[in-house]
Design a protein around this ligand. Structure first.
Ligand code: PEP
Ligand code: CO
Length: 445
């Protein structure tokens, strides 16, 4: 992907560099402390949102739906794990997408047309025409402004009490009642939220101080740090703190396609104080992982390294254990997070790219079991999901969910398929059950 007009790029970057930051170093340091606790098994991290956030989706309904689904899932996970959950949205800046091919071809009116691929709203437009697909540097500024609008709305909702754990009814999704969420899950969810609210009221009644900490719901933001023009323009020093901070997001991550040891992305990430997510695919060998950690986290600092494994259900049993052992042997502090989405692409007979809920669930369950077997801890999950009623991944609801034929009904993602509301909740319940069973076994020991 190349911008045609160098002077226009310089103008956009200068504009971006002059705007105020989206997050603060205080929040970033706070997240590092929370991640450090998660690395010790004291917290669980839930990271989720769109594959490609879209500027057109910077709407109140879409933003609240994302917060709601993450909130609901976090309640289920708190219940299962008996640990506080760190909530991180793939939002307020998840506008840049890596592509495996630089061009996309389609048959239109009997003609084969090839155009540059869609690289996310930060770079070009998703519509399949010349004008939209031309990279436009001013989109860096537009993306940034929409990230600011999103984060502003999220912060006001949270400050205003939208996410108050005493009032789970605020974050019920409108279609929840008539959505196909199986009755037993719906009941289990309601029981959980009631028990949670009762517990909070009881603790308040007896004057428990820590209740404030429990009820304060925080969200952090994250996105793939792909477009280094965007990331560097917002990378700054701050008074009275050492080092450089990427102030466009709390948790930027390095994608599977850009984690080359001697590449520009690793070089950039090496220099910032934010916690760093590293996508780790099945091709990463133990020595490569250790070299990446040495480069990105030379002092093995608490709260710095977050390894997001995305192996694929067919590869995880072979690929993950050697990495866990190598990190353990090296005494590495790592928060291990499972991304069961990106290693499991499926193409239907009609050529549509989708994912199977069954594969996603199995990778997550296998990941949990492998960590247990290796004496390691799975500390989080990274998902592509939406609170809206889309049909993008096949399966769910015990095999009676979205079918291949349903995919055309509401496939709204311009990029990878996301879990819909029901699928996300089902996955949260299965994971919570796994974690609950483990907590019971551990405390019985
Ligand atoms: C993504 O998270 O959307 C993504 C492209 O992931 P990966 O780099 O792991 O393929
Ligand atoms: Co994706």
């Amino acid at each position: 992907m190349v911008y045609a007009d160098r002077a226009a790029v310089d103008r956009a970057v200068a504009a971006l560099g002059a705007l105020p930051p989206l997050v603060t170093s205080f929040e970033i340091e706070k997240l590092r402390r929370l991640i450090a606790e998660a690395q010790e098994g004291k917290r669980f991290l839930l990271q989720g949102g769109d594959c490609a956030e879209q500027i057109a989706d910077c709407r109140p309904e879409a933003i609240t739906a994302k917060l709601k689904i993450l909130l609901q899932m976090s309640v289920v996970l708190i219940h299962g794990s008996k640990r506080p959950v760190i909530r991180i949205g793939r939002f307020a800046g998840q506008y840049a997408k890596p592509r495996s091919s630089s061009t996309e071809s389609r048959d239109i009116g009997g003609q084969r047309i090839s155009l540059p691929s869609y690289y996310g709203d930060l770079v070009n437009g998703a519509a399949f025409d010349d004008e939209s697909r031309r990279p436009d540097p001013w989109r860096l500024v537009e993306g940034y402004k929409h990230a600011a609008l999103t984060i502003n709305f999220v912060r006001s909702l949270l400050d205003g009490g939208f996410a108050d754990l005493h009032h789970p009814e605020y974050w019920e999704l409108g279609f929840m009642r008539h959505a196909g969420l199986p009755e037993d899950l719906r009941r289990a969810y309601h029981e959980m939220t009631e028990r949670l609210s009762d517990g909070l009221r009881f603790m308040e009644a007896i004057g428990e101080k820590s209740v404030d900490d429990l009820t304060r719901v925080e969200f952090f933001t994250s996105h793939e740090g792909l477009n280094l023009l965007y990331e560097s323009a917002q990378t700054r020093t701050v008074p009275r703190r050492q080092g450089w901070f990427n102030l466009s997001t709390h948790l930027p991550w390095i994608g599977e396609r850009t984690r080359a040891l001697d590449g520009a992305h690793v070089e950039y990430f090496r220099g910032i104080r934010n916690p760093v997510g590293i996508k780790v695919g099945p091709g990463v060998l133990p020595d490569e992982l250790l070299a990446l950690l040495d480069r990105l986290d030379p002092h093995n600092e608490p709260g710095r390294a977050v390894a997001i494994t995305r192996m694929g259900v067919a590869n995880i049993a072979g690929a993950l254990p050697p990495l866990l052992r190598a990190a353990q042997r090296a005494g590495r502090r790592v928060l291990w997070v499972c991304d069961p989405m990106h290693g499991n692409p499926v193409t239907t007979s009609t050529g549509r790219k989708t994912r199977s809920f069954d594969h996603i669930l199995r990778e997550l369950e296998d990941c949990w079991d492998i960590h247990r077997a290796e004496g390691s801890t799975l500390g989080g999950v990274h998902l592509e999901l939406t609170g809206e009623d889309v049909t993008e991944c096949i399966g769910g609801r015990g095999g009676n969910g979205v079918t291949e034929a349903d995919l055309s009904r509401n496939f709204a993602s311009p990029c990878d398929p996301r879990l819909n509301y029901e699928q996300s909740m089902e996955l949260a319940f299965v994971l919570a059950r796994r974690m609950g069973a483990a907590t019971r076994t551990d405390s019985a020991k």
